[in-house]
Design a protein around this ligand. Sequence first.
Ligand SMILES: [Zn+2]
Length: 309
Amino acid sequence: MGRSPPSRTLGELTFAEISRYLKETSILCLPVGAIEQHGLHLPLNTDVVVAEELTRRIVARWGNDLDLWQLPTVAISLSREHDWAPGTMCLTLESFIALLEDIAREIVRALPARNLVIVNGHGGNRGILENLVRELHGDCGINACVIHPLDLSKAERTSKSPDVHGGEGETSMMLALAPHLVRRDQIGRTKEPLDQKAIEALVFDRGTTWPWRTDDPRLAARGVIGDAHAASSEFGERIVDSIVAEVRPVLDRLLENQRLARGAGDAKALAQPADRGAPAAPRRRRRALRARTSTHSGNRPRPRPPGRS
Ligand SMILES: [Zn+2]
């Protein structure tokens, strides 16, 4: 590779630099945010700022060691639980899935890199993304994982109240990452939710999934579920530092998975040279065909043909 790249933000490279610097083992980092209400004290783009800034810090910290690249942010996602509030904007499930699948296909077509870390800034995307990374692996040959930053952080909270939305964690991160966007004078106007039992049952119970919303007066006060009073920029910095540190073993694991998958693929090909597998479903066959149109086939390994046809 030689000289270090002029930038690790993908969109700031030229097309010639893509070919010069990116490899199959490069790791692409995709921030996924949301445009949704975050109470009276935080802006609609809180999840965008958090996902994007965290990605920037992760790439700054580990980029040269592990060859990380920051992709453009997906800024609108799945925010139905907040759609009572002006300004909240949502994609449908179908559009969100299609958007991410299209991005995955474009990665395969336009870039040599086959590793992807989705930095998920919005908890409401979690269920879909967990399923989607399996599809990206199976259908596009992309070695992917999703990180959920606040769950990855090991920084100890001070408040005892549940921290779901616009509370101690998110407000602290915004105080650390974009303090000019926090309406500090409005923090005092949010108050504790009334019904902790309802929060336990509707939000946190792993045995049942509920379509909970932030206009439910049992759960939220002015759109917030959590204690924003307890927030501080110092705690926000501790969260951010912890996430950046905790991401390192995730990145190592991702690369290990890629190494193992390539080894397993080679062994399988050697063991079963005549086995062409089951016929692919039409949707998968289309994807496979598109994946094969990669402009980055060259001497680099092609994406694993899904289902084989
Ligand atoms: Zn948020």
